[in-house]
Design a protein around this ligand. Structure first.
Ligand code: UGA
Length: 461
């Protein structure tokens, strides 16, 4: 099938490349011409493991192309996937202007009837509004548009695997023909009949084909919000337990291990730390709160989850202040800038708030991240960007672990200890084993470790 992808962000690019990989002809476009130029030069504007090989291979096979001409892209596909950004407005509502603007172009340029699929995360009933807008904008063209919602559940860092081996594919449709078309789009994935680009013929993930779930458009839109908000609530719950553990002399890791063994709770998304960042969970919970408020529903559960998340950096900083007393002039090393490992994305990353606040207190910062330094440099040009974690430790009075990159676990910690002015670790992600660090001669402060009663008193006032 010929497929157009409007928007080459994380979602659009992964969707386009993976749909080409499973055999479709795909044309992608973006209003950012420099992004398209980069893609046409054979490079990627983002770091996403495994994506570069898929893009290169499918461009060479002429199944995947990039154009900055939106009209050309609209005319190309039988199905058009809208993957444009829906950033938060000041009050927390999602900004849908990019969707409206592509709807105008789709209606004006389409030379035949087409399937229009919203993949961007949008408030419930957006599909209905999109359908109405397309009908109004195209009233003289004679083209009909069927609209579907097909939310994505891709995690940055594992997006290719999530796309090709999903747990479920959700499609919100209004008629059977649209369902049939979407089944055709996803057939190779539903049947797991493609050669896995990551694991080859031996791919174990193929044994577990996804559920293809057909719902109404409204439900599909809501499913996406309900999932992301639930994940956010889970993380905030873990952070709440971590705070209680600190006050009560318990260890959150032991508590979470036991909780996770209950299959009704499960072990994922209960890691406490600096909280949830990135461009999805923080903005989606805000948008969901606004949706609920507009519907007159009590959303205080979600508001509390958001409020807990917003306090994470301050609580962490309070620990730093307690340990270091005055921060002014103190050299502090920061390990990790990306909002999570496996990505170069720093949008709504806790690191940004932390660095901003440390700079307000005139701390001297040296930082390292395996992927996210180029995106961070323009925001904080005055801090020192290091070549590796060992440089970050040199002469530092504290080392703050902000992103749990696996490589940080396997550093030569004796070397780090010896190069620091004071061997103090503030582990914002509980990446390291605190007891091992103490045995090596570090002062170690993790999250929810029941060792920081004094800090809690200090924070309270
Ligand atoms: C999230 C969802 O997990 C995806 O299912 C969804 O498709 C995506 O948003 C989206 O809406 O596009 P993502 O933003 O890539 O994916 O990142 P997550 O893996 O969900 O992590 C979000 C944040 O939560 C990160 O800052 C991470 O460090 C934090 N986190 C995660 C925790 O603090 N504790 C945990 O136990 C898990």
């Amino acid at each position: 099938m010929r497929i157009s992808i409007l928007g080459c962000g994380y979602v659009g690019l992964v969707t386009g490349a993976c749909l080409a990989e499973v055999g479709h002809e795909v044309m992608c476009t973006d209003h950012d011409e420099s992004k398209i130029r980069t893609l046409n030069e054979g490079a990627l504007p983002i770091y996403e493991p495994g994506l570069d090989d898929i893009v290169v291979r499918n461009v060479a096979a002429k199944r995947l192309s990039f154009t900055s001409n939106l009209k050309e892209a609209v005319r190309f596909g039988d199905a058009i996937f809208i993957c444009v950004g829906t950033p938060p407005l000041k009050g927390g509502d999602a900004d849908l202007s990019a969707i409206d603007s592509v709807a105008h172009v789709i209606a004006a340029e389409a030379d035949r009837s087409k399937l229009v699929v919203e993949k961007s995360t949008v408030p419930t009933k957006t599909g209905q509004k999109l359908k109405r807008a397309l009908a109004i904008y195209s009233r003289n063209s004679g083209c009909n548009f069927s609209v579907a919602s097909n939310p994505e559940f891709l995690r940055e860092g594992t997006a290719v695997q999530d796309f090709l081996h999903p747990d479920r594919i959700v499609v919100g449709v209004e008629d059977q023909n649209t369902e049939v078309q979407l089944r055709e789009v996803y057939r190779p994935i539903i049947e797991q009949s493609f050669v896995c680009p990551m694991h080859g013929d031996d791919c174990a993930l193929r044994a577990d084909p996804p559920t293809f779930l057909v719902t109404s458009i409204n439900s599909a839109e809501l499913i996406k919000h309900a999932c992301n908000s639930f994940l956010a609530v889970k993380i905030s719950y873990a952070n709440l337990i971590a705070d209680i553990c600190e006050s009560m002399g318990a260890d959150v890791e032991e508590v979470m291990l036991a909780m996770g063994l209950d299959p009704r709770i499960g072990p994922s998304f209960i890691r406490p730390g600096l909280g949830f960042g990135g461009f999805c969970l923080p903005k989606d919970i805000q948008a969901f709160i606004r949706m609920g408020q507009k519907a007159g529903v009590d959303v205080s559960l979600l508001q509390d989850a958001e409020a807990i998340n917003k306090r994470r950096v301050d609580l962490f900083l309070a620990k730093g202040r307690h340990a270091l007393w005055v921060l002014k002039g103190k050299r502090i090393g920061v390990l990790g800038l990306a909002f999570k490992p496996g990505t170069d994305d720093i949008r709504f990353a806790p690191s940004l708030e932390l660095i901003g606040k440390l700079l307000e207190e005139d701390a001297e910062l040296q930082v390292y991240d395996p992927q996210a330094m180029p995106k961070t440099k323009p925001l904080f040009p005055s801090i020192r960007y290091c070549a590796d974690p060992y440089q970050v430790a040199e002469g530092a009075e504290a080392l703050m672990i902000v992103t749990e990159w696996d490589e940080f676990k396997h550093l030569n910690w004796e070397r780090i200890r010896d190069s620091m002015a004071r061997p103090l670790i503030l582990d914002g992600r509980n990446l390291l084993n605190g007891e091992e660090m103490v045995a090596l001669g570090f002062e170690y402060l993790g999250i929810g470790k029941g060792t920081a009663e004094a800090v809690r008193l200090f924070v309270q006032g």
